[in-house]
Write a protein that binds this ligand. Sequence first.
Ligand code: PLP
Length: 394
Amino acid sequence: MNSNNWDILTQIIKAGEGMDLSNIRTPGVPIFQTSNYLYDNVEEGTDILLSKKPGHIYARYSNPTTDALINIMATLENSDSALVFASGMAAISSTILANCQAGDHIVSSAYIYGGTYTFFQNQLSRFNIEVTFVDPRDHKAIASAIQKNTKILYTEPLANPTVIASDINYWQDLAHRHHCKLLLDNTFTPPPVIRPLDKGADIVIHSATKYLGGHSDLIGGVVCGSESEIETIRPVMKTFGPTMAPIIAWLLIRGIRTLGVRIEKQNATALQLANYLSGHPKIRKVYHAGLADNPQYGLTKKQFNGFSGMMAFEIDGGENKAMTVMKNLKIILFTVSLGDVSSLISHPASTSHIYLSPEEREQIGITDGLLRLSVGLEYVDDLKADLENALLSI
Ligand SMILES: *Cc1c(COP(=O)(O)O)cnc(C)c1O
C-alpha cells in the first residue's frame, strides 16, 4: 500500500486502508464502525450484492457487529433469525408495515405502550389499515373483534403500568385458527421470564432500550422470528432505513451478558417490595404479577418465570400526595423509561398516559395517585427504607 511514488497528501489517506483483520479473535465482539466494505475484485462485490456469496455491502443493510447481536437475540428468543433497529418503535412500525396492506385489519390489546397506540391510531389510519382495540383479558371480545381482513393479533404479555397479563396460549390458538399472525411486544418480560416463540407466537419484538440494554444509555429495537418472517420485514428495514448503529449493537451485547442475573435479582426484589407495599397503610392498591391477590395470579404464575421487575402502586390521596412521595425519594429516580440497573419511578397520568382523557385513564386503572416502579439492582432494604421514608412525608 505504501507506495513511495505517492505524495504525502495521498499517503495520509491510503496508509493502513483495508487491512485484513479477519484472523483476530476476541472474547467480546469488536465494533465495526464502518458504513461500507472492500472486496478483492468487482465480481466479488456483485456476488455479495446478489446474495450469491455471504458478505456485507452497506451498513444500512448489515454490519458484522449488528450481525453478532442478531445471532445473540435469535438464541435468546429461540428463533431462526432476527433483525435489529434504531429503536423499539422502528422495530414495531417496520414489522407492521411489512405485514399489512391497505385494507387490512389488526386486533390489538388496548393496554399497549403509548407510542404503539399512537402509531396504530394516528399513522396506520393514513395507510387505510384499521385497528380494533380490545381488553386482552376478555377472550370473547378478542374473538369477536376478528374480521375477514384481520392479518395481525397484537399484544404485550405483561402490560404497562398495571401489569395486565395476556394469556399467550389463548392468543396464539385464536390467531392461528383465523390464519392471522401473533405479534408480541416482549419488552417487559424478556428471557428468562418468557420466550413467546416457544409458545407459538410468530414474531417477538423488543424495545432494547429497556431491559436488554439495562443501563439507560441507548435506544434500540429487535425483532425475532422464523427465516420467512424476517425475510418479509428485511426489505422494509433496507428501504425505510431504521438501522441500528454498530456502537449501539456493541453496547447491547455488553448489556445482554448480564440480563439473566439482572432480571433474576430485579424480579426477586420487586416481589419483596410489592409484598411490603401491599401492607402499607398509605397505599390503596399494589399491582405486581407475583402478588397472590392479583386476579390473574393463576396465569402469571404459570406463564412468567419469576414474574417481573415492574410494578405499580396507588397512593391514597391522589396526585398531590403521589408527587410528594416522588419528591422525597432519595435512591429511586424520577424519570421515564424502565429496565435500568437503577430503580426508576414515574407518574403515568402525567407522563406515558397524559394524552388520554381523565375518563379514559380511569377506565384502564391509571388513577392520579398511581406510580409506576421499575425495580433496579440496589439493596432491597435500602429501597424499602427509601419508600418508607417518602411515604412518611404524606
Ligand atoms: C419503550 C417501549 C417501546 C418503544 O421503544 P423505543 O425504544 O422507545 O422506541 C415499545 N414497547 C414498550 C413496551 C416499551 O416500553
